[in-house]
Design a protein around this ligand. Structure first.
Ligand code: NAG
Ligand code: NAG
Ligand code: NAG
Ligand code: NAG
Ligand code: NAG
Ligand code: NAG
Ligand code: NAG
Ligand code: NAG
Ligand code: NAG
Length: 532
């Protein structure tokens, strides 16, 4: 397919700025008739959007399940842009519905965005983020609409879009339209995504290494069957619809974890810098009967312990276990309605293609089956990323150490796997692949830690490369300035207007953060990255 690589760039940054508004508008209105693609497509919207216009996505038919799962129902950017919405066939039986946002202040780069969960939801917040910073920005619906995986049922082409092809097609089409619109090379190509979006980014690195020059991959659902195994295993162990161990008990567990392990990093701040260092002793929590919520019976301790240790089945490794320090979040999220639905959806629509599959029958045997019958390699755990290295690509991989949904330890394992597959030292991987575990950060955002890192839309604390992953990846790709750390900012009550509570430099794996300062851990200069 042509234009996976952008043609050689000339005159970066100049052309868009020198055009008058009306010529930009006119060019936008006539874009729909002029586009040529190597795909069957049709344009739904091609219109100039003035600065600060609020786009009413709900009125345009944004799938209600997307809004329910937390997506904004409106979008607004402070710059003018040409907005294109189109459908592109990915096979005879599948298509993506996608957006291409072409900003007036184009700086000669493109940004492809990923998705989340099983979702067919365009990530408008990342489109906004990219376009605001002068990227021609694209995103697709992942080949289907809404948060359900029902569209995969007996539709291998839709499944293939989900596994890898929606990102591939979206990026190829987006780059081509960018060149056609600005009449110039599309420049360096970037990717940003978290969760499923993190998996999609890794998939592109592994399978289509020519597609992007720089990728930001957060909390990736790589080793996907391991994570699904954990979702099922938790329910098998603690109860199918509700946890037999109450949230109040989990809060007691968390308190005891912090009591035992919070100080290991030198600061009692409610955040475990290196949760893997916590050798938790459950005995202080034991009681003979669960007469109140302040203790656990031996049977309960036996059950809960399983979730924090490696999980194997028939001598096959399944999952490395969750981290300690945020136990109530793990349970409330895994037992939330959306996540409860994933187990039946994944097995009914993807794995067995059988609507009668009964999720209460789940065992880890089902995961072995899924691992061995994975037509599109949804697992996305290949360690050989040498082709991406050879083409000069750069990867910022990050994962919240307090991620209650997609446990961080899988990312540690993946980094180690790439190292052993490529027989590379940390210094050699540093040339193109750097991994940052981010303490106290939840799933993609939130958490008690310093989580504003410019990793997604709506997470910008400052525009400096140390504070913004988007700025950093550009600087690394285009000027060789690699990240030594990632600075996160914690705002008071997570509200920017209330001001900064603290900042922290998150270390590059395998280093860990140690505090030697004197201000209860809130001074970022009191921390240092050290060998574990
Ligand atoms: C868009 O909104 C921002 C923030 O409110 C403002 O600073 C800017 O002047 C606005 N731009 C235009 C063109 O109105
Ligand atoms: C997805 O939603 C869009 C917008 O409503 C619609 O045009 C498109 O046909 C839908 N695609 C599928 C596969 O349902
Ligand atoms: C909206 O999403 C739901 C859940 O994924 C899906 O069943 C439905 O078909 C979608 N609606 C449209 C109009 O695409
Ligand atoms: C779980 O909850 C669902 C929905 O409320 C219900 O239909 C199902 O019977 C429950 N299953 C079990 C094992 O309790
Ligand atoms: C709860 O049970 C523990 C152990 O049996 C006991 O020490 C504690 O006093 C009880 N707490 C309350 C509030 O009853
Ligand atoms: C367990 O593994 C052995 C050896 O690989 C295999 O022969 C056997 O069928 C497996 N059992 C189950 C229940 O998967
Ligand atoms: C791995 O790299 C080391 C150091 O460069 C080298 O000595 C060793 O032979 C390599 N091993 C393999 C299996 O290539
Ligand atoms: C949703 O919109 C609000 C207001 O524009 C913005 O502050 C917030 O960051 C957006 N959320 C996401 C997830 O983009
Ligand atoms: C932060 O949130 C807490 C709990 O909602 C509230 O009690 C407190 O007043 C808030 N602090 C500020 C500075 O708004």
């Amino acid at each position: 397919m042509r234009l996976q690589l952008c043609t050689l760039l000339v005159g970066l940054g100049v052309p868009a700025l020198s055009r008058s508004l009306s010529s930009f508008e006119n060019k936008c209105q006539s874009l729909a008739e002029k586009i040529e693609l190597d795909y069957t497509f049709n344009v739904n919207i091609a219109e100039y959007v003035a600065p600060n216009t609020t786009i009413d996505l709900a009125a345009e038919g944004l799938n209600a399940t997307c809004a329910e799962s937390g997506a904004n129902a409106t979008a607004s950017i402070a710059v003018g842009m040409c907005r294109l919405n189109l459908r592109v066939a990915t096979s005879k039986k599948s298509e993506v519905y996608m957006e291409v946002w072409l900003p007036e202040n184009w700086e000669g780069r493109t940004l492809m965005t990923g998705n989340g969960g099983l979702a067919g939801c365009i990530q408008y917040s990342e489109l906004t983020y990219g376009a605001s910073y002068g990227f021609a920005s694209f995103g697709t619906n992942n080949g289907h609409n809404g948060t359900s995986g029902g569209a995969f049922f007996h539709q291998p082409d839709v499944y293939e879009d989900y596994a890898w092809r929606s990102v591939y097609t979206g990026a190829v089409v987006g780059k081509s339209i960018t060149e056609q619109f600005y009449g110039d090379s599309c420049g360096k190509s970037y990717y940003i995504g978290c969760s499923t979006g993190g998996r999609q980014g890794w998939k592109a690195v592994q399978k289509n290494p020519e597609l992007f020059d720089g990728v930001i991959v957060g909390a990736p659902v790589i080793d996907l069957w391991g994570h699904v195994g954990f979702f099922g295993y938790v329910r098998q162990t603690l109860g199918f619809n509700t946890s037999e161990i109450t949230l109040a008990q989990w809060a007691v567990v968390q308190n005891e974890v912090l009591n035992q392990c919070d100080g290991l990093d030198g600061a009692h701040d409610g955040i475990l810098e290196d949760p893997t260092a916590c050798q938790f002793d459950w005995t202080p929590l034991l009681c003979s009967s669960p007469s109140n919520n302040t203790c656990l019976t031996p049977t309960q301790v036996e059950a809960t312990t399983k979730l924090f240790n490696p999980i194997t089945y028939n001598e096959t490794f399944i999952y490395p276990g969750q981290n300690h320090g945020f136990e109530p979040s793990v349970i409330s999220l895994l037992y939330s309605p959306l996540v409860l639905d994933w187990l039946p959806e994944i097995f009914r629509y993807l794995v067995y293609q059988d609507l009668s599959w009964d999720p209460t029958t789940f065992t880890l045997q089902d995961i072995l089956y899924a691992q061995n019958n994975d037509p599109q390699n949804l697992n996305t755990f290949d360690g050989d990323i040498s082709a991406f290295h050879r083409r000069g690509g750069k990867i910022i991989h990050w994962h919240g150490s307090a991620d209650p949904l997609i446990g961080r330890r899988t990312s540690d394992l993946y980094y180690d796997k790439v190292r052993s597959t490529l027989n590379a030292s940390v210094a050699e991987l540093d040339e193109f692949y750097r991994y940052f575990p981010t303490s106290g950060v939840g799933h993609c955002r939130d958490g008690p830690g310093a989580w504003f890192m410019g990793q997604l839309g709506g997470t910008t604390a400052a525009d400096t490369p140390d504070d913004s992953m988007l700025k950093r990846i550009v600087l690394w790709v285009e000027q060789g300035a690699a990240p030594k750390f990632v600075r996160g900012t914690k705002f008071i009550n997570d509200t920017v207007a209330l001001g900064v509570e603290f900042t922290r430099k998150h270390c590059k794996y395998p280093e860990v953060n140690r505090y030697t300062g004197t201000e209860e851990g809130l001074n970022e200069d009191g921390w240092a990255c050290v060998e574990p």
